[in-house]
Ligand binder design. Structure first.
Ligand SMILES: NC(=O)c1ccc[n+]([C@@H]2O[C@H](COP(=O)([O-])OP(=O)(O)OC[C@H]3O[C@@H](n4cnc5c(N)ncnc54)[C@H](O)[C@@H]3O)[C@@H](O)[C@H]2O)c1
Ligand SMILES: [Zn+2]
Length: 349
């Protein structure tokens, strides 16, 4: 099945299917017909998977960069761009990113910046990549000062979400990815009881459809796109505190799950929703096997401090919250109340 991201001349399809990766040559022929070379960028872990064989239909080379979040650095970007330059790619040629969200963010940014922008195909292979990172054109790398501080909007010419690739995903990455899926299910008003009849593939399609619709309406996060940050205010704070402790004990989706459970309690404390909404959230998170507990050794004061300095918060406590009119971004939430609700939430556990 194909889901369209509608952005005028820059519109593209997200192909969701078993074997979607096999459509690479067709996609390049249709959308980058003057391409002479395709550089396929991946990581050693991905290149070793049994399903890894890519056919672009034109001259192609496979380049590898390190696996995981460490690849999202200016150093790795520079090395990759130097490699790209060796192949003397022109504006008509194509970069193809094959891997998790860290890899597609890096390759997307390389494509955004090389020759001020060349064609890009994303083949996300993790759940986070398929439902979130590879769609919508946000690309970038980290600085030592923080995650995703350098980046660009650069839309791909197509995204191939191949369900066969996620079969080899480690269990923890799969569960973590379900944090973003749960976010979409909750934003769509879904209940846990309805999940019994829904396959993982259906959930990926649901999440991609929601993200594609939001990006089509608001490419640069002026309004509606911010809804995709549901659960992310506390999640980013948890990740920031985890990073400062040099620990990697929290995956992004795991942090989002905790952030979702907290955000609905904050909405309840603000009188925006009643307890049934809290129950709906908890049941959905439980269904997916997601932990909602704030790790004990994270201090409430550190989390509050990190939330106030979220790069999207403009030094104000900003949350996406449920309410009578649906979900919306709420700024200027009283820090005292946030602290109290967070303490009470932790006390429940
Ligand atoms: N650009 C965006 O809009 C956006 C949105 C969400 C997340 N992100 C970014 O995405 C990153 C997180 O992505 P992630 O969770 O995919 O992490 P990741 O890219 O680090 O991948 C997680 C691990 O899974 C492995 N892996 C991926 N696919 C596999 C497969 N099919 N089989 C076996 N192993 C596989 C990877 O090699 C890696 O070790 C973060 O850097 C985050 O900032 C970006
Ligand atoms: Zn996220």
């Amino acid at each position: 099945m194909n889901v369209g991201v509608e952005l005028g001349e820059r519109s593209y399809d997200v192909v969701l299917a078993d074997g979607a990766r096999e459509q690479l040559a067709e996609l390049i022929a249709a959308r980058a017909s003057r391409a002479r070379v395709a550089l396929i960028v991946t990581t050693p872990t991905i290149a070793a998977q049994p399903w890894f064989q890519m056919t672009s239909g034109i001259e192609q080379h496979v380049l590898t960069v390190p696996d995981g979040e460490v690849a999202k650095s200016l150093d790795v970007l520079e090395g990759l761009l130097e490699e790209v330059a060796k192949f003397e790619l022109s504006r008509h040629d194509v970069l193809v990113g094959v891997g998790g969200g860290a890899l597609t963010d890096l390759v997307g940014f390389a494509a955004a910046t090389y020759l001020r922008g060349i064609a890009l195909v994303q083949i996300p292979t993790s759940l986070v990549g398929q439902v979130d990172a590879a769609i919508g054109g946000k690309t970038g790398v980290n600085l030592r000062s923080g995650k995703n501080l350098v980046g660009a909007f650069h839309q791909p010419i197509g995204v191939l979400c191949d369900f066969e690739t996620i079969a080899t995903l480690p269990e923890r990455e799969r569960v973590g990815g379900l944090g973003e899926v749960a976010k979409c299910w909750l934003l769509e008003g879904g209940f846990a009881a309805e999940l019994n009849d829904v396959s993982l593939h259906d959930l990926i399609v649901m999440s991609v459809t929601l993200k594609a619709a939001i990006v089509s309406a608001d490419e640069h996060e002026g309004g509606r796109r911010a809804l995709l940050n549901y659960g992310h205010t506390l999640a980013h704070a948890l990740e920031k505190v985890a990073l400062a402790r040099d620990g990697d004990e929290l995956r992004h989706g795991e942090a989002v799950a905790i952030g979702l459970a907290f955000a609905v309690r904050l909405a309840e404390a603000l009188g925006r929703v009643d307890n049934s909404e809290v129950v709906r959230h908890d049941e959905v998170l439980d269904f997916f096997g997601l932990n909602r507990r704030v790790p004990e050794d994270f201090r409430t004061s550190s989390l509050l401090e990190a939330m106030a300095h979220d790069k999207k918060a403009h030094h104000d406590l900003t949350f996406v919250l449920a309410g009578a009119e649906g979900f919306e971004t709420v700024s200027g939430v009283d820090p005292q109340l946030v602290g109290d609700v967070l303490e009470r939430f932790r006390g429940e556990q």
